[in-house]
Ligand binder design. Sequence first.
Ligand code: AMP
Ligand code: GLY
Length: 429
Amino acid sequence: MNVLLIGSGGREHALAESILGNPRVTKLYAAPGNGGLAACGECVPVAACDQAGMLALCREKQIGFAVVAPDDPLVGGMADALSAAGVPCFGPTRAAAALEGSKIFAKEFMARHGIPTARHAAFSDAASALAYLATAPVPVVVKADGCALGKGVTVCATREEAAAAVREAMEERKFGAAGARILLEECLEGPEVSVLAFTDGETVRPMVSSMDHKRAYDGDRGPNTGGMGAIAPNPFYTEAIARRAMDEIFLPTVRGMAEEGHPFRGCLYFGLMLTADGPKVIEYNCRFGDPETQVVLPLLESDLFDILLACAEGRLAQTPVRFSTDAAACVVLASGGYPGNVQKGFPISGLAEAARHAHVFHAGTKRLDDGTLVTSGGRVLGLTARAPTLPAALEKAYAAAECVSFEGMRFRRDIGEKALAALAEGSAK
Ligand code: AMP
Ligand code: GLY
């Protein structure tokens, strides 16, 4: 079967490698792909959100199944367009993707179904938001309603900072149309956990838990990014918490979407905060997380492609989804300036040496016609290692990071530290 994978990041590279593990997949096309995906199949320069272009590509290449990985095409209705054209696909419809596409929709949905989350107020003009802020408790979280590449959220310690964030989003339109409406949210405290879950609209199968590292700099300082590294499993996510999350969050979400006439089929990402009152939803994403996917999929022992098909066909209850008990760690190598403006086009060296220690997932890379691999984005590479323990996995991922270089390269040196501290505390008890 010819399979089309839509997207171009490290997540897509990890998906591609797992999909290729299934012998029924004869050829993989990636659109638009990247320098790493080019080694997994054929990259085709069709933009991820170009529905007409994707449909033409599906006809031309006789695509039997499509996997839509990024948020923008899903929120824009790519899965609907593919299905309408008779191309079976993995990924939620536009209506179901609204769980990520509109944070306000997600908040109202959670309120309708009693799903625990931070208290919030929604605004469509800056003046009302600023008036509300004058008496709002701090810290307060300012969020753009729409998709902003994981950068539309500002956690503000003071009202002044929050007012500036409101003005940036609503008046200066720093996040474009995504900031037309905003949310002001209660600031939750506790460890964060990412749980990706396969669902066919009815059955939900959580994957191994993980921990992203969203801030740009060590010690969780600096601006939010798409994610600077990840580890799995997340030691804060105990079995007792997992059971609560299943009963109070995962099942009510999947059932609620089905009841409202928009069953969610695909990968549903639960961004959770483990508060003193139990797990609460910080955000939903309608897709695999990145870099979480780069640590979760290497631990999947069942066949990914079979699971993707089962989600699309409503057969997940009968399909095995098993994970290894090993640990995995991913260190993201980013371009200088990320998450702000980055310079691109710098040659990358040391990948063969890095591959001796860890798996190299490509994110923002491009192979030039002369064969040189150059940087082409903010997050450039994800170096992922798997080992029986987290310290061993981290050691390998960092050994790989030391081998790579490109101009302006930057990475966090403290990926997994919070998890290691939690493990040390747990074993001391
Ligand atoms: P999001 O893009 O919604 O995941 O938000 C990015 C990051 O902002 C999250 O991973 C949290 O660290 C932080 N954040 C978002 N909402 C809240 C909240 N209500 N309370 C505390 N931190 C939050
Ligand atoms: N790592 C967070 C995300 O994929 O949105």
